[in-house]
Write a protein of this length. Structure first.
Length: 290
C-alpha cells in the first residue's frame, strides 16, 4: 500500500509539536518555579504544567504538541516562550514553525564591530568596504573606502552618517554621479529600514536634523517612498583618480544587531581597478592597513 501523503503544513505542525515537547521535557520543575515531590515519572514539565504557566487550556496545548490543526496566536506563542524559558534562537524557531511573525522589540543598545568583522574589512584590500549600524552610521571602514569616499575618521557624530553625508556633504554631491537618483534610493531604503525604530529618539533627532539641513530631504521625506535595494552600480567622479565604477552589495550581519557590511567591487569599466590600486599606493604606509 502507498504510504499516506502529508502536506508541508502537516509536517510543520508535527515539527512544531515535537519541538515544544522537546523543550518541555528538558525544563526541570525547579527551573520553572514548580515544587515537586521525590516521585516524578515525567522528564521535565508535564503538559498541564506548561498549559497552566502559559495560561492556556491543557487539552488545547496537548493538541498543539500532537500536531493537530490548531493555530496559536502571537500572544499565545509569546506566553509559551516564557513558560518554556526559550532563548532568542529558540523563540525565533518556534515562531517560524508556527507560521507567525515574531514581534520585534528593538533596543538602542551600543553598537560594536567585533574582531572577526574587522579582520574581514582588512582582507578586502581592493574592495572599498564599511560597516554601518542600525541608523546607517559608519562604524568601521577599510583603507580602500577612505581612499575612494574620504576619511571617515575626520567626521564625528551625525556627520559620519550615510544619509547625512549623501544629502549635506558637498564632497559627496560632487563625488556621486547621478546624485539625485542615488539620493532618492538612499532615502527610500533608509525609510524602509527605519520602520523598525519608529519613535526612537536617535532616529527622530537625525530626521529632524535632515529636515532642517537639506531641502531635497525636506521635500522627499513626506512622500514616504520605500525601497530595498541591496545591490547595484555606483559611478563616482573622484577628485584625483577621475571616473570610476563599482558594483556594490549590502550584507546583513546575522547577530541581531541590524549592522550591515557594504562592499564595493571595482569594475573594469573606466579602468577602475587600476585607479583604485593607484589611490591605495598613494596612502601613507600607516593608513594602508585598517
Amino acid at each position: 500500500m502507498d504510504a499516506p501523503s502529508h502536506s508541508a503544513e502537516d509536517s510543520r505542525r508535527r515539527e512544531l509539536g515535537a519541538f515544544l515537547r522537546s523543550r518541555r521535557e528538558r525544563l526541570s520543575p525547579q527551573a520553572a518555579g514548580i515544587a515537586c515531590g521525590a516521585r516524578r515519572r515525567t522528564p521535565g514539565l508535564r503538559r498541564e504544567e506548561v498549559a497552566l504557566i502559559a495560561g492556556v487550556g491543557t487539552t488545547w496545548y496537548t493538541w498543539l504538541e500532537q500536531g493537530r490543526e490548531v493555530r496559536p496566536s502571537v500572544e499565545v506563542l509569546a506566553a509559551l516562550c516564557e513558560a518554556l524559558r526559550l532563548d532568542a534562537v529558540e523563540k525565533r524557531h518556534l515562531f517560524i514553525l508556527a507560521g507567525r511573525q515574531q514581534p520585534e522589540h528593538r533596543m538602542a543598545t551600543p553598537e560594536k564591530v567585533d574582531g572577526p568583522l574587522l579582520h574581514m574589512l582588512e582582507s578586502l584590500v581592493l574592495q572599498p568596504a564599511y560597516v554601518v549600524g542600525r541608523r546607517w552610521d559608519v562604524l568601521a571602514w577599510n583603507p580602500a573606502a577612505a581612499a575612494v569616499f574620504g576619511d571617515y575618521g575626520l567626521l564625528e557624530g551625525d556627520a559620519r552618517n550615510i544619509v547625512h553625508m549623501v544629502f549635506t556633504s558637498p564632497h559627496h554631491r560632487r563625488l556621486l554621479v547621478d546624485w539625485e537618483e542615488l539620493a532618492r534610493v538612499v532615502l527610500a531604503s533608509f525609510r524602509a529600514e527605519s520602520a523598525k525604530y519608529v519613535g526612537d529618539p536617535d532616529f527622530d533627532r537625525l530626521i529632524a536634523l535632515m529636515m532642517r539641513s537639506s531641502p531635497e530631504f525636506r521635500d522627499w521625506w513626506p512622500r514616504r517612498d520605500v525601497a530595498r535595494k541591496l545591490t547595484g552600480l555606483k559611478h563616482v567622479r573622484h577628485p584625483t583618480a577621475g571616473a570610476m565604477a563599482f558594483e556594490h552589495m549590502s550584507l546583513s550581519i546575522d547577530d541581531g544587531s541590524d549592522m550591515r557590511l557594504v562592499v564595493y567591487t571595482p569594475l573594469a569599466e573606466q579602468n577602475s581597478i587600476a585607479k583604485l590600486q593607484s589611490l591605495l599606493d598613494r596612502l601613507p604606509a600607516e593608513r594602508r592597513s585598517a
